[in-house]
Unconditional design. Structure first.
Length: 297
């Protein structure tokens, strides 16, 4: 089976296997995961939180009377699809005040430069990933220059635990390093009437092909992943989301809801379940690298 690089990145398939440099033909074909550009009708996740991304990459819009917030921007080229989805919801692009980023990889930051231009919104990211956004993904500690995207200006950086206030809307940045050094989990509350739920967009916790032992560009990578697993598992969490919807079974949950299970997206154990799966993959990858002397890459 031919595996696209994009698919490997999305699934972390190589977590238990030796790292392999993708062939040049695949490097050119980085957006060849069709779901990453596939149309998806926008829909309400819960309350003021909307899914506006392509089918295979989560892009969220959180609305508030004082302005809206967009989280992530898909691959390069997804901006038009995302903007059309936002307009379909009857929302003016200029109402978007902030654009947040889960992490500075091309499949979540690729459309951000265009989206920032078209909305006039400020881009807000962690300091560690802001530098990667500003250099368009070049010199990524794991991927080098293989997955570039349009560089963008970050207006403001956030620190671990910092909350952003837009009227009554409060979004909090939780540092969950490992997948990138500035990988961020965003949390906020969305309400349907008087029922308010903890929304958690967990930053990716996969290490697809990463060198975990003796990595000169990221010596603390194992410690950081372990910190992030513990941090996410402890978060108040009613609806778990992830930059890759399949990683948290979003589509199965949406299908159940469409069949009448009104609370199919609500799962207070959802964050812990995602952490459990991610941790198991990570530990298997780490054990394999330890057994092999850590010289996979
Ligand atoms: Zn990533």
């Amino acid at each position: 089976m031919r595996l696209s690089t994009a698919w490997i990145l999305a699934t972390g398939l190589l977590v238990q296997g030796a790292y392999a440099q993708p062939p040049a033909s695949e490097q050119k074909n980085i957006a060849d995961n069709p779901s990453w550009t596939a149309p998806q009708k926008p829909f309400r996740v819960y309350g003021s939180t909307w899914y506006v991304g392509p089918h295979g990459l989560t892009v969220l819009l959180v609305t508030a009377p004082t302005g809206d917030v967009l989280i992530d921007g898909g691959v390069p080229g997804d901006a038009a699809l995302i903007e059309a989805n936002i307009r379909d919801l009857g929302i003016d692009l200029r109402d978007i005040k902030w654009i947040l980023n889960s992490h500075a990889h091309f499949d979540h930051a690729g459309g951000l430069a265009q989206l920032a231009h078209d909305t006039g919104a400020q881009v807000i990211a962690s300091a560690a990933d802001a530098v990667l956004l500003e250099r368009g993904g070049h010199a990524d500690p794991e991927y080098g220059d293989r997955f570039p995207f349009s560089p963008l200006q970050v207006s403001r950086t956030v620190t671990d635990g910092e909350s952003l206030h837009l009227g009554d809307l409060v979004l909090t940045a939780h540092s969950t390093p490992g997948h990138t050094k500035g990988n961020t989990t965003w949390t906020w509350k969305s309400c349907d009437g008087k029922r308010c739920l903890h929304m958690v967009d967990v930053g990716s916790l996969s290490a697809p092909g990463y060198r975990l032992i003796g990595n000169p560009k990221y010596p603390d990578i194992v410690k950081d992943f372990e910190y992030s697993f513990a941090m996410v598992a402890a978060l108040p969490c009613d609806i778990v989301l992830n930059p890759h919807p399949a990683a948290v079974n979003l589509w199965a949950r949406v299908a159940r809801r469409e069949k009448g299970d009104a609370d199919a997206l609500v799962d207070p154990a959802g964050c812990r379940a995602y952490v459990k799966a991610a941790r198991a993959s990570f530990e298997a990858q780490l054990a394999k690298q330890r057994a092999g002397g850590g010289s996979e890459k």
